[in-house]
Design a protein around this ligand. Structure first.
Ligand SMILES: [Zn+2]
Length: 275
């Protein structure tokens, strides 16, 4: 059921049409383009699996988990920005980021912190942006490349803010700026009227959002800048969906990003509950 060993498939190296049973791809010469029947289904997995929904679900589940972890603290009313705010202790346990865990060798926090949020407004705001921009980036680059862009830019944002000693930080906003950066890169590379409009629109959004960050308390502006650069660079490095279908390299990178994130949460919880 899972394997596709006959008929036409897209080559997992060059993304062009070829035969599942062909010994070499007629376009690029790749050996065994059918990957023993697994090339087609692998492409289908990334195509049918909605990363934007998965991220939404992960953020909401982890937000609830961090609230439940320390309910007394979460329910203590503080201010409008701290409504239903998980305690720092709960966020640490699930892999909060910042210079402190980074210097303690907790490398995984540059991935896990992407999915953690410090309050109700924080998570609502970020999820709305992810749901707006995720499908856009998927359309321009492809589903596996969206995973790569989201993960690389979130991590890049935290690497930058760690380098400047921001002690404690959580949230997907580095990744959100990365999605904007990738859309700006797309507009630049694509050119023409559509490309120019794309570049203008997302460039403006990024600029307005970036400036707004300086007028709100507790915003990690360095992670915003780092995330944008990470997303822009990823957008320049990866192929555009309309120019080349996703290939083995994209699937491997996306799988590596997902595995590293899941393993990171494992490390975070083991570290937290081991003592
Ligand atoms: Zn090929």
């Amino acid at each position: 059921m899972f394997r596709k060993t006959s008929g036409s498939i897209l080559c997992p190296s060059c993304g062009r049409l070829t035969h599942a049973a062909a010994p070499v791809c007629l376009v690029c010469g790749r050996r065994n383009p059918g990957m023993w029947g697994f090339a087609g289904p692998l492409r289908q997995v990334f195509r049918s699996w909605d990363f934007t929904n998965a991220v939404t679900l992960a953020c909401v589940a982890l937000y609830i988990a961090t609230l439940v972890f320390d309910p007394a603290s979460a329910l203590r009313p503080r201010g409008i920005f701290d409504v239903f705010a998980p305690s720092n202790r709960a966020l640490w346990a699930f892999g909060a980021g910042g210079a402190i865990p980074w210097q303690a060798g907790h490398w995984w926090t540059i991935l896990t912190a992407i999915y953690l949020h410090g309050g109700l407004l924080h998570i609502i705001f970020n999820i709305l942006w992810i749901r707006q921009l995720g499908p856009e980036v998927e359309g321009c680059y492809g589903p596996a490349r969206l995973v790569v862009i989201f993960t690389v830019s979130g991590a890049a944002g935290f690497v930058v803010s760690n380098a400047f000693d921001v002690p404690f930080t959580v949230g997907a906003s580095g990744s959100i700026f990365g999605l904007l950066g990738a859309l700006v890169a797309y507009g630049r590379r694509r050119g023409g009227t559509f490309g120019r409009l794309q570049l203008q629109q997302y460039g403006q959004w990024a600029l307005v959002l970036f400036i707004a960050g300086f007028f709100m308390a507790g915003v990690n502006n360095l992670a915003h800048a780092g995330g944008f650069v990470g997303g822009f660079a990823s957008g320049l490095a990866l192929s555009l969906a309309e120019r080349r279908a996703e290939t083995t390299v994209d699937w491997l990178l996306a799988s590596a990003a997902i595995v590293a994130t899941v393993v990171g949460f494992g490390f975070a919880l083991i570290t937290a509950f081991a003592h």
